[in-house]
Design a protein around this ligand. Structure first.
Ligand code: ATP
Ligand code: MG
Length: 236
């Protein structure tokens, strides 16, 4: 009996460590793809744009149709480059590496406003603190998924995002005044035909760094996601 319990614990620990490694590998892969899109694909599109500009100069006077067509293609190419750029930023926001987590969270709030018209209030401790890039990326993904859930499920009129230094770690809180849900009800992937993995992945991300996530919600009373990650010396 004892040995079955020990085996189960070992299995759970091994599964958690594997899922942590998978999340870290996924983050690295995203950053690599984002760099490639930015440094390679967008540059090639820019070169194509220049070629089109040159082509336009071949136009004979009066060939309005030709000029219009080239101008149309040029405009499409600009849209295309914008889309790739925004995809690259979503995959791995450059502001996270250059300006840090608080700046990336406030950019995220701006993006949520422009895409979903959800106002996200901010209360972010911006005091400089040594934070491993992987932890910053993890907290950013937690904020991203929490806000995505607010937009997708809550029907909230407003949300709030807080970042603070608590108990030798970083605490991120995302709360909304929306519909809320029954946290005790079975949910997530493979349950009741559900396919959600967001809340599980939030919890795994925090655990990956020795942290934790608490989800407070009740039907009709909004939702609050609280994630905390310790800032120990021995973190990656
Ligand atoms: N802020 C919220 N307001 C209301 N309900 C929520 C909120 N966040 C989560 N939920 C409920 O919890 C469920 C599980 O969320 P989860 O993020 O795990 O999955 P999902 O959003 O349905 O799918 P996925 O994240 O995989 O796209 C949701 O389907 C929704 O019912
Ligand atoms: Mg979700």
């Amino acid at each position: 009996m004892t040995s079955i319990v020990v085996q189960q614990r070992r299995y759970l620990t091994a599964t958690r460590s594997l899922s942590g490694k998978l999340l870290a590998a996924q983050e690295e892969e995203r950053a690599r793809i984002a760099r490639e899109l930015h440094d390679d694909v967008i540059q090639r599109v820019a070169l194509l744009g220049q070629s089109l500009d040159e082509l336009a100069t071949f136009s004979h006077d009066g060939d309005k149709q030709f000029e219009r067509r080239v101008r149309g293609l040029r405009a499409e190419l600009v849209d295309f480059a914008d889309e790739i750029r925004s995809l690259a930023h979503r995959m791995h926001p450059p502001v996270l590496d250059h300006l840090g987590l608080p700046a990336a969270l406030s950019t995220l709030a701006g993006e949520i406003w422009s895409t979903s018209r959800l106002r996200v209030g901010l209360d972010l401790d911006r005091s400089p603190v040594e934070m491993p890039p992987a932890v910053a990326a993890g907290l950013y993904r937690i904020a991203q998924e929490s806000l995505r859930n607010v937009v997708k499920h809550a029907g909230a009129s407003t949300a709030m995002m807080r970042l603070a230094h608590v108990d030798g770690g970083v605490q991120l809180v995302v709360e909304d005044n929306g519909s809320g849900f029954d946290t005790a009800a079975p949910r997530g992937a493979f349950v009741n035909g559900g396919s959600g993995i967001g809340l599980t992945s939030i919890t795994e991300r925090a655990r990956q760094f020795g942290g934790r996530v608490a989800i407070h919600s009740r039907p009709g009373a909004g939702t609050r996601v609280v994630a905390w990650i310790p800032l120990g010396k021995d973190q990656a």
